[in-house]
Design a protein around this ligand. Sequence first.
Ligand code: MSP
Length: 511
Amino acid sequence: MGRDVFYLTTPIYYPNDVPHIGHAYDAVAADVIARYHRLAGEEVFHLTGTDEHGLKLQRAAEAAGKDPQVWVDEMEPRWREVWSRLDIAYDDYIRTTEPRHHAAVEKLLRAVYENGRDDVYLDHYEGLYCVACEAYYVEADLVDGLCPIHARPVELFREENYFFRLSAYRDRLLEHYTANPLAVQPEARRNEVLSTIRGGLQDFSISRTSFQWGIPLPWDPKHITYVWFDALTNYITAAGYADDPERFARLWPANVHVIGKDILRFHAIYWPAMLMAAGLEPPMQVWAHGFLTVGGQKMSKTNATGIHPFELLDHFGVDSYRYYFMREIQFGQDGNFSWESMVERHNADLANGLGNLASRVLAMLASYFDGRVPEPFAEVESDLPAVAADAASRFRSHMESVAPTQAIAAVWEIVTRANQYLVEREPWKVAGEADRRTELGGILYAAAEALRILAVLISPVMPGAAGRLWSQLGIEEPLSSQRLPEAAEWGRLRPGITTSRGEPLFPRLES
Ligand code: MSP
């Protein structure tokens, strides 16, 4: 495989409404993973964007009394502004209404249509459609007669559609997933996908004639491309499928599609089969996280659980926001958001944990050494270097396997150990004894070195706080130039540089 770039994607979001914290959850997770890979010295291509076609969008535009294009042009910036406040550093932003995407969808459609295996055929279809999902269901899928995901009524559609012969891909998909055990994660989701495939696959329709808002099929333009066929293609559009073969060879297949579990079947069944039908490789991994609830309830506008990220950002700040969702909710499982747990995490882990460690060490450096980093002192024995080395190595392996929650927990072992270390060594007492000056320096060197390593390791999760801590430590080389694993090696902090106290990293919040 000629790839030398780490290519990671988020789903593309429907801009029929503004984002809530559930949407922001996978955007943040993907950004943390992307930043980690940059820190590990890899070239990264992080893609996100908006899914702007389909019946759902057309109806939202109609309801707003606007032309669909005008509507999506108005809505899309409201997503980007959230990503910007969340410090999401994507490398490309795709809108499915862009010409480059139109070209890629046409190219993929043609490749599948003309593959010589009769994978696309015309038929009539009658079925139950959920517009919120943009998907058909059979009676057995419904819960109390409603869509199993949105608990909303489905609509009976009868149309002439082009179909994709998904049923023919059963064995190839099984072979793919057997040969690549990590291609769907976590394990529970992989098993779900395997059992769906084993249970037999239904062909799915790839075109609609009942509405206009989308990309016409190149061979029969009264048919509009099914929005999921259109949307999934974004991942190859941005990699240069239609317009840049060299770039496409470097980027494809993607390393990981980060998605929520509700859209697993599209990503782990439809998408690889579509790619196989076009003679392209499937993505290397699909990582499906769990669902967030608020007060134990599904998020929605109607019950006031659809919290906009700004509500939390205004209160907690971006670093605490990113930390909370990655640390509190086990990535891969469902989890509940609550204000109480967020305040608790902020105060315990950030204000009292890392923030307090930083302010104590920087304050002591200021009072005892005029802010200068003292010399390390070998006689000051401590397990801190070993704890840091071990935590850094576990941090890396967890990040490599898309386990940000465990990665952060490993880093916090350094915070805890460094705080204990100060309590044990009592530098504030040592400072009172004139003949123990070298020892005092050694203690504070070790504590400051732990802070330096912490700044490096937290930087994918809390880039802003990491940057502030880094500049308080007075290190000349920019944080962005640091690379793992070397940057986490003990002893790289240079004695003599000048630290400064600065503002607290995480001011305590009232509950
Ligand atoms: N447009 C499709 C995706 C196409 S990708 C080729 C879509 N969009 S969406 O806006 O409805 O959802 C985007 C992402 O937000 C999905 O990964 C979905 O799982 C995630 N979330 C939406 N609500 C969520 C929660 N309550 N909790 C966690 N993630 C959730 O689907």
